[in-house]
Design a protein around this ligand. Structure first.
Ligand code: PLP
Length: 453
């Protein structure tokens, strides 16, 4: 109780602000994920690795907007690049092709050679949605398979079994499709097949059964950004999908430019048919990039481009034999400027982010060991999660559900009171501006917190 009293006292202005916010937005938030009890902390500023809230409290930020900010907040090189671009070109929303669309595509292809052609979207959600549409169009099949516990955005086909109650989730080897949200058409329970992660035998059984109906398997190669696929599972899944005539979609919205410059496909040495990128490649702004095999992407090529005498407007953007894809803001030059600058900096500094992440993981693990609390820093690359578990390994959603979320939440609130920010129960993402000073501050806070448990 004292813990939450201190929290409420420290974040009094946030609490008052949220009352006002509730008068204009449901529960005061514009994305449900921003809400938590007793009230979220309302941030005002972000500089480098730090956030400042409405009460003037300063935090080391490990949320980094759910991993999007790989150079921290307001990186001077990004600010300089976009300011110059805005001064030179204006707000740069032209509704025409643009030089930077090609520049970014080439840069992405340098690191993701499987993305032979690309298209831009405004979010990771739209990128995975377009990937599914491409898969349906290319294969002529209309079911997809996704994994229990994997998130791909907020639309009907994938809002199933992201965070299902375990007692309703069905057999571990053949999970039920549990609807995640109000408003999802129950049709999708029949058309989205749920697979168990890191279990190739069960995937083989399920996919063989549905092979004539399933267009694609979509997955987060690292579940939730922190539970890695096993190499043998990845190898098995690539082979299986190829044999069954099912496309393989890597959702690298979290892992792209985070697990390494080349994402999961480079680390696992797997060539997916389609890849969705987002978050880091927007340099702090909304973006999605979808790419893959040329013959699949070509399904969205407008046929009217070859016929100057065809004046039918509708044929310009939509036709029965073409996959519709449009968007007023797709490939916005200012966002591509921020993204290109981000990649440029990461090309020099990503190894250092990996090292800092390892150092923090080891430091936290050592403190838990000293305290005698069973804990694992689960993760690969530049994201990890603090999982309170006695288990040898965390391989999937069900393993994670058996961990101690209650103690973890208590620790998280203590840490918030000590100026270490991640949303309770969330992951830790690191950036190029997290260094020794921030690690020391974090370990000091952990030491203090663990001494109180
Ligand atoms: N896919 C994954 C793996 C994600 O982590 C997310 C967002 O957290 C998305 C897709 C959706 O991206 P966005 O929030 O940009 O729509």
């Amino acid at each position: 109780n004292n813990l939450y009293e201190v929290y409420s006292k420290n974040t009094k202005t946030s609490c008052e602000f949220m009352e006002k916010a509730k008068t204009v937005m449901p529960e005061g938030v514009t994305a449900n994920i921003k809400s938590f009890a007793p009230h979220p902390i309302v941030m005002e500023k972000g500089h480098g690795a730090y956030l400042t809230d409405l009460d003037g409290n300063k935090y080391v930020d490990y949320l980094l907007s759910y991993g999007a900010l790989m150079l921290g907040h307001g990186h001077p090189e990004i600010i300089e690049a976009i300011t110059a671009q805005l001064h030179s070109d204006g707000t740069a929303l032209f509704g025409t092709p643009h030089r930077l669309e090609v520049e970014m595509a080439q840069k992405v292809q340098e690191h993701y050679p499987s993305m032979e052609l690309v298209r831009y979207t405004n979010s990771g959600t739209e990128a995975t949605l377009l990937a599914l549409r491409l898969a349906y169009s290319y294969t002529g099949k209309y079911k997809i398979a996704k994994f229990e516990g994997h998130y791909h955005g907020g639309y009907d086909q994938v809002l199933l079994s992201v965070n299902p109650p375990v007692n309703e989730a069905g057999p571990v080897n053949e999970p039920n499709a549990i609807i995640e949200s109000k408003g999802v058409d129950p049709y999708h329970q029949e058309h989205t097949i749920i697979l168990p992660f890191n279990n190739i035998e069960a995937c083989a059984d399920i996919l063989t059964k549905y092979k004539d109906e399933v267009a694609a398997v979509v997955l987060e190669p690292i579940q939730g950004g922190f539970i890695p696929a096993e190499q043998s599972f990845m190898d098995g899944l690539r082979k299986l999908t190829e044999e069954l005539g099912i496309l393989l979609i890597f959702d690298e919205v979290k892992t792209g430019f985070r697990l390494g410059l080349g994402g999961a496909q480079s680390v696992y040495n797997i060539k997916p048919d389609l890849t969705a990128l987002g978050k880091v490649v927007g340099g702090g702004f909304p973006v999605g990039i979808i790419g893959g095999k040329k013959e699949i992407l070509m399904v969205s090529a407008p046929t009217s481009a070859s016929d100057v005498f065809d004046n039918s407007q509708s044929k310009q953007s939509a036709a029965k034999d073409v996959l519709f894809h449009s968007g007023t803001y797709n490939g916005h030059p200012t966002i591509l400027t921020a993204g290109l600058k981000t990649i440029e900096v990461l090309e020099l500094e990503i190894d250092q982010v990996m090292e800092t992440t390892d150092e923090l993981k080891k430091g936290i693990e050592a403190l838990f060991t000293a305290k005698g609390i069973a804990m694992k820093a689960v993760g690969k690359g530049t994201i990890f999660n603090v999982v309170l578990t006695e288990k040898e390994e965390i391989l999937n959603y069900r393993d994670l559900q058996q961990s101690d979320f209650v103690t973890r939440k208590i620790i998280d609130f203590h840490l918030l009171n000590h100026g270490i920010y991640t949303k309770p129960l969330n992951r830790y993402s690191l950036s190029t501006v997290h260094g020794k000073k921030e690690i020391d501050l974090t370990l000091e806070a952990y030491e203090n917190v663990l001494s109180k448990l």
